[in-house]
Design a protein around this ligand. Sequence first.
Ligand code: PXL
Length: 279
Amino acid sequence: MKRILTIQDISCFGKCSLTVALPIISAMGVETVILPTAVLSTHTLFKDFTVKDLTDQLIPITDHWKKEGIRFDAIYTGYLGSAEEIEIAKKIFDEFGGDDTLIFIDPVMADNGKLYPAFDENYAKLNAGLCGAADIIVPNITEACFMTDTEYKEVYDESYVRELLGKLAALGSKVVVLTGVSLSEGKTGVYGLDTRTGEYFIYQNDRVDASYHGTGDVFSSVTVGAITRGLSMKDAFKLAADYTAETIKVTEENPENPWYGVDFEATIPSLVTELGKAV
Ligand code: PXL
């Protein structure tokens, strides 16, 4: 069985980061090893959340794994809590990376033109440095702007997207993919560039007019799970985009209106079916 290490926080309530990655990647038939960067009572969209930083645990935990000879087919980082954790993530890539280990970075730090409460512009620059060590990065447009000193635009055209992709490519990752790209009315999806071939790729879904927390984590978890299961990068992005769109639709129909996260639990069976058809 393939094995993924995912490094991000545990928000105990709120359905994002590890509470999304662990169930989804496991359901995709991939052993999921977690390295929690912090424990929060909820994600940071709630008021008065508690945080216990776990930076001082990361090296002891990974040193133990090294002694045990544990290896990973992929390392997937999401929300990291601090500048120091970005440095540690780099070290982990050096120690556990290599030609057979995919480095997948979702530089979680911002959305809708704004940084999340815990972060500042310096953090964004450090994240840009980390992205240079990746095989694949999947920032949203806001994160890409903060990492590349580009003006954030709500309304944009394809040349703006390609300009951003060019600047992301300069950070050093092999494949750069922007998420949440909307180039026509009612559509949204991914727009990527494989810097090794110069090839652009785009995949769009119907846009649902609702914004939920954790959808980026759902998307990234499915993508890295699918690539690790052997899907081509494009098929993995398509599976992840379709699954995320379906999950948002299902969540919208929930009369309890769970504004804080999506009902991915309800759609995992169809994810497993679709993955089964594709592998
Ligand atoms: O979904 C991204 C995410 C992960 N972890 C924490 C967050 C967020 C987004 O705000 O607050 C703690």
